[in-house]
Write a protein that binds this ligand. Structure first.
Ligand SMILES: [Ca+2]
Ligand SMILES: [Ca+2]
Ligand SMILES: [Ca+2]
Ligand SMILES: [Ca+2]
Length: 246
């Protein structure tokens, strides 16, 4: 009995230590650890060059190329599993680059991200949305979870009139009226509506201010964006997301 127990303990001990050692293993010595080849990139752990094009998996990944597609194609331009999400975005969201439905809930990874659902959770869980506005760069970036989904050029307030800090989208209106006598289409109000993110303003005559203002602070404090970006952000952002202005 004692011998059997000792054997069981020894077996458990060695299986645990070998799991520990496996975490650091790099069988094919290509610089990409086995655990990453197996769980992240789905490349060949016993062949330095999974797709046999003369470049090792490590070199391809380091320079941002797909280690699977036979063509020399960047991770952001390749969708290895055809699920509507590029390999680059899959790596950012920690989804599976060779399985279209990582959480096996019947919805493809790309579809889940497009609708802001968590592709790693079978339950219908929404991912957090956040907007960041960089006054110095005159740039707005929007994030899903911690992944930057896009960027657009802005025009903020002249003479530093756009307040810095953390705000929330507190109200929305398809076409808000400004006390300065202008329409502000696609209005996302921040700070109780004292300022907002909106499309280039439209004068009562119907004249829309030109996109050439974008990139230069000219507003009374609001954050102006171009037509396409304004329409997109209005639909994308509900009431609630954090807006960090710095
Ligand atoms: Ca390797
Ligand atoms: Ca994909
Ligand atoms: Ca996938
Ligand atoms: Ca899914």
């Amino acid at each position: 009995m004692k011998v059997i127990l000792t054997i069981i303990i020894l077996v458990i001990f060695f299986s645990l230590t070998s799991v520990g050692a496996n975490l650091l293993l790099d069988q094919d010595q290509d610089g990409v650890p086995d655990q990453d080849e197996l769980n992240i990139y789905f490349t060949n752990v016993s062949d330095k060059d999974t797709k046999k094009d003369g470049y090792s998996d490590f070199i391809e990944l380091t320079f941002g190329f797909s280690p699977h597609n036979p063509e020399p194609i960047k991770l952001e331009d390749n969708d290895q599993d055809n699920d509507g999400l590029s390999d680059r975005m899959e790596l950012n969201f920690h989804t599976n680059i060779i399985d279209p439905d990582t959480d096996q809930d019947g919805f493809q990874d790309g579809e889940e991200i497009a609708n802001s659902y968590d592709p790693l959770n079978k339950d219908k869980v929404k991912l957090n949305k956040r907007i960041e506005i960089n006054i110095g760069a005159q740039e707005l970036n929007y994030f899903l979870k911690d992944v930057r989904m896009g960027t657009t050029i802005i025009s903020s307030g002249i003479n530093n009139s756009t307040p810095k800090g953390i705000f929330e989208i507190t109200n929305k209106h398809p076409k808000a009226w400004s006390p300065y006598g202008l329409w502000m289409p696609y209005w996302n109000g921040l700070n109780d509506g004292k300022i907002g993110i909106h499309e280039l303003p439209v004068w009562p005559s119907g004249y829309t201010e030109g996109e050439d203002h974008l990139g230069t602070p000219v507003s009374h404090g609001c954050v102006r964006v171009g037509h396409e970006a304004a329409a997109f952000l209005y639909d994308w952002a509900p009431i609630g997301p954090e807006v960090f202005i710095y």
